[in-house]
Design a protein around this ligand. Structure first.
Ligand code: G16
Length: 537
């Protein structure tokens, strides 16, 4: 095996002079740095699958990043993100200096983790529409061939579809079987659940879906073929779905653009009053919005989706008579608008937990509830239902038609929401179901609470790793003295709140600020960004 291993490794050298780190969503950087990294992630996935005797997933995507970037991340057997302890092993393998070092590190890891290298492994992988993905999947297959690891190339998929497939394969034939492990199976599962969850209601109004010129466009179009329009009333127009010109990916479109710029994509020209939503480049984030003829652009972001879902599900749980039995909670990050946290805690009377950025952190916190609703403000999230919750929806004997209705709807909703990771397509269906049940327009949804004006700014710094945080990324530990400056500054603004943190997916720091008025939020963000600039140069 050694000769085969070394020969394959030589085909995929690591670019020298870089220290690679498994970040918020795996390794993400300029695609031309990734060949050797991807080969080594393939080795790691093989080890993990042998260790757990399960199928491991790998997704090649850089999601919201510009098209010259790409990334690679590992998906665990139940479809969630790679266990954190293994992120360190991935970082170790990827940073091995020479081919011999790599082989040595690989064997040492196998022996330390008591992995039988002769055990059967299994890895599946997919990529988004970035042209660089083709070369990177070749690096993966070389890693599997070199280590005799069985593998399967799932082609081009959205990130949540790959997570779905991984879970389906690993749960197949068990009581927790998640579905058919094919793209077709994915469409059927969510289309069926959509019809069931609507319970005869119809979606009101057409929806224009901006797909960021990414993989979500063709996949949504496939999905819609499975949705009976007469039964659901679901009429969708897909825009920004050009995947043939790669340079258009995430350009002036998509969920990240809408959230950070706080405006609709310029193209196609927004139609006042029409209902819109945006996916990001790999279709795991979702943002809704409309342009009001009188008041202008209004955005319904991850915080809004989270509070809408939590409120709807909590009402159903009460109507189902399960409120004493099931614990519902909401998980957010420091980016959550203070008004949303207040609404969820005070009005919905639900507990809110704050974690660091990255769905991997939110997902684990959400699993501690029977029903855990987690969304990042950027539109990335889902709702997790525990085995007990799903059993209660199925096995509770209804005592009234209203209780039966609530139980059936909860069961359908728990099938409708992708249980593996945030999924723009599945989340969009959830929003549509809730709006149809409540007979709400986007404007009705928007009136639930008033956001504090906020601003998110990206600051390029010489070394983003010099910025370390604590308290769920709400405070800076380093560079020394910077947090004091931010604290002093925040005090001057009514309802002011601000923080800075290093991005785990881009070479930059992010600054978030909110305050009582638009101009104060903008000013606070600009001041904190200026400090970050000073301390980071
Ligand atoms: C990824 C993560 C998200 C995170 C985002 C930005 O999203 O999956 O959890 O919020 O990056 O992270 P950071 O601020 O550390 O750059 P995506 O959609 O790009 O995969």
């Amino acid at each position: 095996m050694d000769a085969k291993f070394l020969a394959a490794s030589e085909k995929h050298p690591i670019v020298e002079g870089h220290v690679f780190q498994y970040g918020t969503a795996g390794f993400r950087m300029k695609a031309d740095l990734l060949d050797g990294v991807t080969f080594r992630v393939g080795l790691l996935a093989g080890l993990r699958s042998r260790k757990l005797n399960s199928t491991i997933g790998i997704m090649i995507t850089a999601s919201h990043n510009p098209f010259p970037d790409n990334g690679v991340k590992v998906v665990d057997p139940s479809g969630d993100m790679l266990e954190q302890e293994w992120e360190a092993f991935a970082t170790q393998l990827v940073n091995a200096k020479s081919h011999d070092d790599l082989l040595k590190t690989y064997k040492e890891l196998a022996s330390k983790l008591k992995i039988d290298l002769g055990a059967p492994g299994d890895v599946i992988y997919a990529r988004d529409t970035r042209p660089s993905g083709r070369k990177l999947v070749a690096a993966l297959s070389d890693a599997f061939e070199a280590t005799d690891t069985p593998y399967h190339d799932c082609g081009i998929l959205t990130t949540p579809q790959l997570h779905y497939m991984t879970r389906c394969i690993n749960t197949s034939g068990t009581p927790q079987a998640y579905g058919e492990p094919t793209e077709e199976g994915y469409y059927k599962k969510f289309a069926d659940a959509f019809v069931k969850a609507l319970k005869g209601r119809k979606v009101q109004g057409d929806l224009i879906v901006d797909c960021s010129n990414g993989v979500g466009g063709p996949k949504l179009s496939q999905f819609l073929k499975h949705v009976p329009r007469d039964k659901t009333g679901f009429k969708v127009k897909i825009v920004n779905d050009d995947v043939l010109r790669p340079e258009l990916l995430n350009q002036e479109s998509g969920a990240d653009f809408v959230k950070t710029k706080q405006r609709a994509p310029p193209s196609p020209k927004p139609v006042p009053g029409a209902r819109y939503c945006s996916f990001d480049g790999d279709a795991d984030r979702l943002i809704y919005y409309w342009t009001d003829p009188d008041t202008g652009f209004f955005m319904l972001d991850g915080d809004r989706i989270s509070s809408l879902a939590a409120s709807f599900i909590a009402d159903l749980v009460r109507s189902a008579g399960l409120d004493q039995e099931l614990r519902i909670g909401v998980v957010q990050t420091a980016y959550a608008n203070g008004a949303s946290t207040n609404y969820i805690e005070k009005h919905l009377q639900l507990p809110v937990v704050c974690t660091p950025t990255g769905v991997k952190h939110l997902h684990h916190a959400a699993m501690k509830f029977d029903i855990g609703c987690y969304f990042e403000a950027n539109g990335h999230g889902t709702v997790l239902f525990s085995i007990d919750a799903r059993r209660a929806f199925r096995d509770t004997e209804p005592q009234s038609p209203a209780q039966k209705d609530a139980l059936d709807t909860l069961a359908a909703v728990s099938d409708l929401v992708n249980q593996t990771v945030g999924d723009a397509l599945s989340d969009m269906l959830l929003v549509e179901v809730i709006l149809a049940h409540k007979k709400w327009s986007l404007k009705d949804w928007a009136t639930t609470y008033t956001d504090l004006p906020n601003r998110l700014v990206k600051v390029e710094v010489a070394n983003k790793d010099a910025f370390t945080t604590y308290d769920a990324e709400r405070r800076l530990e380093n560079p020394p003295g910077l947090q004091d400056k931010i604290d002093e500054c925040v005090k001057k603004y009514t309802n002011g709140r601000a923080f800075a943190r290093a991005s785990g997916t881009e070479n930059a720091c992010r600054v978030y600020a909110e305050a009582a008025t638009r101009s104060e939020a903008d000013e606070l963000a600009a001041r904190v960004a200026e400090y970050v600039n000073q301390y980071g140069s």
